[in-house]
Design a protein. Structure first.
Length: 245
C-alpha cells in the first residue's frame, strides 16, 4: 500500500472522495489477501503509507466495518480484518443457495437471450481459468457469472438480499482463488469446472427445475472444493499460514 497506488486509483476516479478511494484500496487488498484475515489495521501506518491524514482512513475503515470486512473485538482495541472460518462459510453458502437457486429457476423463465449469451461467455472463461490456477481470471468470471444470474431473475427482493451477501462472498472467493487446488487429488475439481456450463444449459433450455438443481449442486461442490484439504480440517489453514510470514 503506497502513495503511488493511491495516485493510480485517483487517476481512474478523479472525482471520488479520498475516503472512497482509500475504501476501495483496502477492499481490494483484503479480497486478494494482501491484508490477511484477522490482521490488525494500523490507522497511522496506513495514513503514512498513503501520504494522507488519518481522517479518510478512519472513514474508509468505518465503511468496511459496515459491510462486514472489518470488525472490532471485545477485549482488544482498534480494528481488525474479519476472520474467516468454515462455520461462517457454511452459513454464508447456505444463504447464497437459498437466493441463487431460485434466481436460476427464474432466469430459465425470464432471462433475455443477451443475458444468457453473456452467461455462456463467462462460463467458458471460468472453465479455462481453473486448470491454469489463474486467480485474477477466476475473480473476473466467477462472481460476475453468479451476479448476472441474480440480476437477470427479475425479482427485486432476491437481488436486494443477494447484495447483502456480496461483500462476504467476495472475501471468501479471494481466499480460494489465491490458493486454488484444481488437481486430481481434489475430488471436487472436475465437478466445479463444468458446472457453470450446466447451469447455463438449463437456463437456455428454459427448464426451471433443472436450473435450480444445477445451481444447488454447484454451490454444494463449490463449498466442498474450497473446504477440501489434505492437511487439516480447517480450509483456511493456508490463509492463516500466509499471514504469519
Amino acid at each position: 500500500m503506497t502513495r503511488k497506488k493511491l495516485e493510480s486509483y485517483l487517476e481512474k476516479n478523479p472525482f471520488a472522495k479520498l475516503s472512497e478511494i482509500v475504501t476501495q484500496i483496502l477492499y481490494d487488498e483484503i479480497v486478494v489477501l494482501d491484508i490477511p484475515p484477522a490482521s490488525k489495521l494500523n490507522v497511522n501506518q496506513i495514513a503514512s503509507d498513503l501520504g494522507i491524514s488519518r481522517t479518510p482512513v478512519v472513514e474508509a475503515i468505518n465503511r468496511l466495518q459496515a459491510i462486514g470486512f472489518v470488525e472490532t473485538r471485545p477485549k482488544a482495541s482498534g480494528f481488525y480484518v474479519a476472520d474467516m472460518n468454515l462455520r461462517d462459510m457454511i452459513d454464508l453458502y447456505n444463504a447464497r443457495a437459498a437466493i441463487e437457486c431460485e434466481a436460476a429457476a427464474l432466469c430459465a423463465e425470464k432471462a433475455s437471450g443477451e443475458a444468457i449469451a453473456r452467461m455462456e461467455s463467462l462460463a467458458m472463461e471460468f472453465k479455462k481459468a481453473i486448470p491454469k490456477r489463474d486467480g485474477k481470471a477466476l475473480r473476473e468470471t466467477d462472481m460476475p457469472f453468479h451476479r448476472l444470474i441474480v440480476d437477470s431473475c427479475s425479482n427485486k427482493y432476491l437481488i436486494r438480499s443477494y447484495n447483502e451477501l456480496v461483500p462476504n462472498l467476495t472475501m471468501y472467493q479471494g481466499s480460494w482463488t489465491k490458493f486454488i487446488n484444481p488437481d486430481k487429488d481434489n475430488p471436487w475439481s472436475s465437478q466445479v469446472v463444468h458446472q457453470h456450463g450446466a447451469i447455463v444449459s438449463a437456463i437456455k433450455l428454459r427448464i426451471p427445475d433443472l436450473a435450480r438443481q444445477s445451481m444447488a449442486a454447484h454451490i454444494r461442490s463449490s463449498l466442498n472444493f474450497v473446504a477440501y484439504s489434505d492437511n487439516t480440517d480447517d480450509p483456511f489453514w493456508i490463509v492463516k499460514k500466509s499471514s504469519e510470514k
